[in-house]
Design a protein around this ligand. Structure first.
Ligand code: NOJ
Length: 440
């Protein structure tokens, strides 16, 4: 137990985290930078396909305001920050790299380093340059080669400043929403295409892993993997259990199992990908919620209404169930599967009024702590998100920020949960007072 003094009093840290634990937040280029007008999302938005015809536009102007935002990160007592590099800025046209964009990311990294904030850099976070999507996106196998050329360029330019690389953000969620549910560009609605995209992304990751290590052997490479708890609607129903297990297999296991075994074993495609085997130095996990699957929800899923919760379940503004114990279940499960250090690359809640976020944060961290106590090697927690931002097909209404953003003035405002997070990071743990105040 560690003691610390604050405001004249002595408080006890009841849930102490390991020394050197990474406390941070996460963002993604298209959601915060602004003026990302050269990718498939921009095109999608300007065609009026986002809720209420919103466009990402200036977003949080993070591209120009990153110093101000890094000041906030310092005030959060954070020692880590996850952000992504926008491929469509680096390679606006096929094969033509924009050195000034690379320089800009260098400046961001230097600024983080000056502040002793460890950068976690994502190389692909949902968006593709327009020229990539025009050539067929991730259904075109050449995209793998283009992606690798881009990775090589970026990593060799920034290798002295970055240790932690994330090759691809949520390949499973990306394939699912873009190619099966039709919610993200290119609005595919085919299981076969979805499986193909997961397959291509596993190949891309496997090759990128080697490229990054060849450039800098000290690199730590992973993906950020979205894991959802998928429980059967009716645990006594064989068919519900089978459906839950089938979707869980494709969504939660297929990609990761390929990286463990070197064998891709999905519906439609069975293939050895030997170079993808053992290509995780750590595992990045994004955890938010649980869904229930069964005969009934499968049809809901096809109409993009995946969430069929029992009465009385506490939910976020997004309608996602708040299920802290799921966090424990997820990290335990993936630790058993992967046996590699885990870093939570995302976890958070859409909660505009900030009435649930502090409780969400504390209850989830306590579940994480429980897993650590039981021997799971968890090295960091990166909260989604630093500030409100462009939440993809749902636009700006869903607010995940520790900081509230006024999108007219670009003012950032502290939410209560940001203060709580700052206290937790500063003390490297959660006090009994905090637990009592928010959980009882
Ligand atoms: C996961 C995605 O990586 C991120 O871009 C998104 O905003 C959050 N989940 C919340 O939906």
């Amino acid at each position: 137990m560690i003691k610390w003094e604050e405001k004249g009093g002595i408080a006890m840290v009841k849930y102490a985290f390991p020394e050197g634990f990474f406390w941070g937040t996460a963002t993604a280029s298209h959601q915060v930078e602004g003026d990302n007008n050269n990718n498939d999302w921009w095109e999608f938005e300007t065609q009026g396909r986002v809720k209420d015809k919103q466009i990402s536009g200036k977003a949080c102007e993070h591209w120009n305001r990153y110093e101000e935002d890094f000041d906030l990160i310092e005030k959060l007592h954070n020692n880590a920050y996850r952000f992504s590099i926008e491929w469509s800025r680096i390679e606006r046209e096929k094969g033509k790299f924009d050195e000034s964009a690379i320089e800009h990311y260098r400046d961001m990294l230097l600024s983080l380093r000056r502040r002793n904030i460890e950068p976690f850099v994502t190389l692909h976070h949902f968006t593709n340059p327009l020229w990539i999507s025009r050539e067929g996106g991730w259904l075109n196998e050449d995209t793998i080669l283009y992606y690798l050329r881009y990775v090589e360029k970026v990593v060799s330019s920034l290798k002295d400043l970055v240790t932690y690389w994330t090759t691809i953000n949520e390949p499973n969620a990306y394939a699912f929403t873009s190619y099966l549910l039709g919610m993200f560009p290119p609005q595919g609605k085919s299981l076969k295409k979805m499986v193909k995209v997961i397959n291509s992304m596993a190949k891309a990751h496997g090759k990128a892993y080697k490229i990054i290590h060849d450039i800098n052997p000290n690199s730590q490479v992973s993906i950020a993997y979205n894991v959802m708890i998928m429980d059967p609607v009716n645990p006594n129903s064989v068919i519900d259990r089978k459906i839950a297990n089938f979707v869980d297999g494709i969504y939660n296991r297929l990609f990761i199992e390929t990286l463990i075994t070197g064998r891709f074993s999905g519906p439609f495609i069975k293939e050895d990908i030997p170079y993808a085997k053992d290509t995780l130095d750590y595992l990045g996990i994004n955890y938010y919620t649980r869904i229930y699957l069964g005969l009934k929800t499968l049809f809901l899923a096809l109409q993009n209404k995946l969430y069929d919760y029992p009465e009385g379940v506490e939910r976020s503004d997004f309608n996602w169930e708040i299920y802290p114990e799921g966090f424990y279940r997820v990290v335990k499960r993936f630790w058993e599967m992967v046996k590699k250090p885990i870093i939570i690359t995302e976890n958070g809640i859409s909660d505009a009024k900030d009435t649930k976020r502090s409780k969400y944060l504390i209850s989830h961290l306590i579940q994480l702590h429980r897993a650590i106590e039981e021997g799971v090697d968890i090295r960091g927690y990166l909260h989604w998100s630093l500030m409100d931002n462009f939440e993809w097909a749902d636009g700006f209404q869903q607010k995940f920020g520790l900081f509230e953003v006024n999108f007219q003035t670009q003012e950032r405002k502290w939410r209560e949960s940001a203060r709580i997070y700052s206290e937790i990071a500063k003390n490297n743990g959660i006090s009994e007072e905090l637990e009592k105040k928010y959980l009882s």
